[in-house]
Design a protein around this ligand. Structure first.
Ligand SMILES: N[C@@H](CCC(=O)N[C@@H](CS)C(=O)NCC(=O)O)C(=O)O
Length: 200
């Protein structure tokens, strides 16, 4: 059995995705919650110094949440979360969910800067991107009708929850399909067991 250490943050939506993938695949990981800005040690594993970062047997690193999820999928005996039949659709929706997370994160990083250093146009751009992406997902959301669990559903759920946590839930008013789907999806144990502590 390989020793898998997942360096993660307390609220990272990218990290949440990887934790959920590990839970669904029943892969034991040791999660280490770190303060990424202060974690110089991480640079030897991941020079970008970002979480999540997975370290295997203390000598191999997997960087980026999508690669970590794909790795768990590759070593699992359980059903894949990246079904070949819908592979490119799944990957595209995951990328949109990642973009949603990034926009939320960038917006947050900007609004916590001293007010004289903030760029209103940058914040506006991220907010417009967030609303536009959620509306796009709403308009073509088909995954909610599919019983099979896939990685894009998990990524979208993590991105929408992070949007609510760090920004707003205003979008739920005109994105009723996504809102209804998310409420049901949130009942799953892997969602309940990975709620970021600060958001409770
Ligand atoms: N593409 C990366 C993004 C990861 C990412 O942006 N992580 C953030 C936290 S949610 C981070 O580590 N930020 C640290 C920093 O920018 O200093 C992934 O999917 O894992």
């Amino acid at each position: 059995m390989k020793k898998l250490i997942l360096y993660n943050g307390p609220n990272s939506p990218f990290g949440r995705k990887t934790k959920i993938a590990a839970l669904i695949h029943d892969i034991p990981i040791e999660e280490k919650i770190i303060k990424v800005q202060e974690s110089e040690f991480l640079d030897t594993f991941n020079p970008l110094r970002k979480i999540p970062t997975l370290v295997i047997n203390e000598n191999q690193t997997i960087v980026d949440s999508d690669n970590i999820c794909l790795y768990f999928d590759s070593i699992s005996q359980k059903k894949t979360l990246f079904d070949q039949k819908n592979y490119w659709e799944i990957m595209t929706i995951i990328s949109l969910a990642n973009g949603l997370m990034e926009a939320g994160l960038e917006r947050r990083m900007e609004i916590i800067r001293p007010s004289n250093e903030q760029s209103k146009s940058f914040i506006d751009k991220q907010e417009i991107r967030i609303f536009r992406t959620i509306k796009w997902l709403e308009n073509q959301w088909k995954r909610h009708t599919i019983d099979d669990l896939s990685m894009d559903q998990i990524a979208v759920a993590c991105a929408l929850e992070y949007t609510k946590f760090r920004f707003t839930d205003k979008w739920t008013k005109d994105c009723v399909i996504l809102d209804k789907w998310l409420k049901i999806f949130n009942q799953k144990d892997f969602m309940k067991n990975t709620i970021p502590k600060e958001s409770v």
